[in-house]
Design a protein around this ligand. Structure first.
Ligand code: URP
Ligand code: ZN
Ligand code: ZN
Length: 473
């Protein structure tokens, strides 16, 4: 099957020009200002943006958590992602206590098999770090799982101590892997939660009040310091607070290889959402929590100036009205399952709130949502750009189209949308995954199970390497 996409404005992280793009099979064959080639199908992209498919490097599909399970599986979650212009995800496999990483890898492959509609990869969450696990990290890299998430939060669930983090970081340096850090001081947070509950504070907003920005900033500082001592890069996930960004900026100003993502919820929602009437605030319970609106300009500064390198979603949906969802925490905010949906809305929200408002350029939008995550997580240039030889993961995006976000029309398997009623500019009109049109005319035309596992490289591609990588080998 061949496709000719004609007359669109081709946008990558670095270029913007009007041109034609010819897809032969699963990859991009050629790009030119006016291609004269016969194709099985021609798509007219006049007046539209032609961009590389979005890459969301932080999702939790079918994830057991807090006595519940996230409600999008690999089928519903990846179809929703496709509707939103995302053609690749990296989800988190979770090591069980006492079990090898291989078991988590196998479990997550099983979850995805026959279901994933777009390409997918895995990070590995490590809950224990001993000699056997440190050794096994190398086997994971050989399988294409080249990043590992560690938690400084959730004592008793995911938390591991600084010594274990340090050892995992040293090992990541040996094998060229990336450590992704959930940076919040979980021990302090648990103390604050206990005190709040003792005082009878049970409402959702106490989730935010017991997870102060300084708990994130302190952990961010510590994560970077540990990485500096281990002489490895570190990637901070779901950075939310301006105070944490200041730590990252200071480290980068010193030339350290510290990287971070933020998420749309930290750019477009804020603490006041927790004060919505009744139990509504539970919809926004996630960790780190939503912050004061005043910090959002700082996040945009970070995104513009490359102190933040990526925007992911941390998609982790729990229903609002289900007994096994957010309602678990009625009467005790600490029992509300942490997480919110967003896999479908990322590209349009960031286009609308970033590009259409002039906060970032259209190229930076592509960079933050596709090119840069592809580089950091070993997918570039197969993914993350439009170039001959790259996978034909392409979105024809209408910058003038508008939609109103709503749970009544979204495709995520969750009964609310945190952005309910928000009007956004920009629609992912036609979505192509490895040469196959999977979204067109508002319909999903793909097939669950067509998504392929991405065996990722164990090195940054195309990123500057300001640190001495040889000292780890
Ligand atoms: O609240 C969140 N973020 N839930 C998902 C788990 C995590 O820490 O990323
Ligand atoms: Zn996390
Ligand atoms: Zn997460």
């Amino acid at each position: 099957m061949s496709l000719l996409i004609k007359g669109g404005t081709i946008v990558t992280a670095s270029d913007t020009y009007v041109g034609d793009l010819y897809v032969d099979g699963e990859t991009i064959h050629s790009i030119g200002t006016s291609l004269d080639v016969a194709a099985d199908r021609t798509l007219d992209a006049t007046g539209k943006l032609v961009i590389p498919g979005g890459i969301d490097v932080h999702t939790h599909l079918d994830m057991p958590f807090g006595g519940s399970s996230s409600v999008d599986d690999f089928q519903t979650g990846t179809i929703a992602a496709a509707f939103g212009g995302t053609t690749s995800i990296v989800d988190f496999a979770i090591q069980e206590f006492g079990n090898p990483l291989q078991q988590a890898y196998d479990t997550w492959q099983e979850k995805a098999r026959g279901k994933a509609a777009i390409d997918y990869g895995f990070h590995m969450i490590m809950r224990e770090v001993d000699d056997a696990i440190l050794k096994e990290m190398g086997a994971m890299v050989d399988l294409g799982v080249t990043s590992f998430k560690l938690f400084m939060a959730y004592p008793g669930v995911f938390f591991i101590d600084d010594g274990a983090i340090f050892k995992a970081m040293q090992r990541s340096g040996e094998i060229g892997a990336t450590i992704c850090m959930h940076a919040e001081n979980g021990l302090v947070i648990d103390a604050l939660v206990e005190q709040a509950l003792k005082q009878g504070h049970t409402e959702p907003r106490y989730h935010a009040l017991t997870r102060p920005p300084r708990a994130e900033a302190e952990a961010t500082h510590r994560a970077i310091a540990l990485a500096e001592m281990a002489n490895v890069p570190v990637y901070i996930v779901h950075l939310s607070a301006a105070e944490a960004l200041a730590e990252l900026t200071a480290a980068r100003d010193r030339g350290l290889p510290a990287f971070a993502e933020t998420c749309p919820q930290y750019l477009f929602l804020d603490y006041t959402n927790y004060t919505e009437p009744g139990f509504e605030g539970a919809k926004y319970v996630m960790s780190p929590p939503l912050r004061d609106k005043s910090g959002q300009d700082e996040l945009w500064r970070g995104l513009r100036g490359n102190d933040l390198q990526a925007i992911s979603t941390d998609h982790c949906p729990f229903c609002f009205n289900d007994a096994g969802g957010k309602l678990l925490g009625r009467g005790d905010f600490s029992k509300i399952p942490n997480g919110a949906p967003g896999i479908e809305t990322r590209m349009a929200l960031v286009f609308d709130g970033g590009v259409a408002t002039g906060r970032i350029s259209v190229n930076r939008w592509v960079e933050l949502t596709s090119a840069s995550p592809a580089k950091i997580f070993g997918m570039f240039p197969k993914k993350g750009t439009l170039a001959p030889g790259s996978d034909a993961d392409i979105v024809i995006f209408d910058p003038n189209g508008e939609s109103v976000i709503s749970a009544s029309s979204h495709h995520m398997n969750v009964d609310y949308n945190p952005y309910e009623g928000r009007r956004v500019r920009g629609i992912s009109e036609t979505v192509i995954s490895r040469g196959e049109v999977i979204i067109e005319g508002g319909s999903f035309l793909g097939r669950p199970g067509r998504g392929q596992f991405m065996q990722r490289d164990s090195r940054f591609v195309g990123e500057e390497l300001p640190w001495d990588t040889t000292s780890n080998t």
